[in-house]
Design a protein around this ligand. Structure first.
Ligand code: GSH
Length: 226
């Protein structure tokens, strides 16, 4: 028996990306199944997997059903202590869990104004004050963690905190939002990680365009490479 992971489209489902990045960078074996967000069969497909309304979802080898990314993260960190999904230093570990929880429950202005779309970027986006406040808080979390660890990822090596912030990294890049040099270097580490690049390339090959993620009249420009 192995883990089963249900995801949405790789180009668009930011929570699915977080779920995938909770497995792949740590070489945790997992079988991946897909459901198409906004399709007529999406909710039936999620229900057939044994989950409820949203992706990602995970069935554990013992038969447990995890229907939320936080549960997936904590479960895998507990199940694979040797794989260091979270930092081992107690202070860094506590702050990693705090940053993950804050990401999971917050940054709603940034998330709603800037849907994740890994197929393209957009020129001309004007961030609101609420979006700029979210970005300032993201920068504070990143600079605190990177100052402690020395990088290149938030806690040195890739951890679950990087998995949860990966779709924030891509939003900053694809909407041309203000980024410090520190944030740009961190974004380079995330977007060149093999687990991220393979996910994005698979999405480019597999996914159809979904109109809900079209930001017209913003100008469509190439996905940035750092
Ligand atoms: N809190 C959930 C959020 C999951 C979520 O909202 N997933 C989106 C895809 S990125 C979804 O399934 N949306 C379908 C819907 O809400 O109808 C988690 O962390 O897993």
């Amino acid at each position: 028996m192995t883990y089963e992971l249900l995801i949405g489209q790789k180009s668009y489902s930011s929570w699915s990306l977080r779920g995938w990045l909770s497995f792949a960078p740590f070489d945790i074996p997992v079988n991946v199944q897909s459901a198409v967000i906004y399709s007529d069969t999406f909710y039936d497909d999620v229900a057939a997997f044994g989950a409820h309304r949203t992706v990602p979802a995970v069935r554990t080898p013992a038969g447990g059903m995890l229907t939320d990314t936080i549960a997936i993260a904590w479960h895998l960190a507990d199940a694979f202590p040797d794989k260091r999904l979270l930092p081992s230093d107690p202070v860094a570990r506590a702050e990693a869990q705090s940053a993950i929880a804050e990401m999971h429950s917050g940054f709603t202005a940034l998330r709603s104004a800037c849907p994740m779309n890994l197929r393209t970027a957009w020129a001309g986006f004007q961030p609101s004050d609420a979006v700029l406040a979210d970005i300032a808080r993201v920068e504070a979390i990143w600079s605190n963690a990177l100052a402690r660890s020395g990088g290149p990822f938030l806690h040195g090596d890739f951890t679950l905190t990087d998995a949860f912030f990966a779709p924030v990294v891509t939003r900053l890049l694809t909407y041309q939002l203000p980024m410090s040099d520190m944030a740009t270097a961190y974004a380079r580490a995330v977007t060149t990680h093999p687990a991220f690049t393979s996910w994005r390339e698979e999405g480019l090959a597999e996914d159809a365009e979904v109109s809900n993620y079209d930001m017209a009249p913003l100008e469509r420009i190439p996905f940035p490479t750092l």
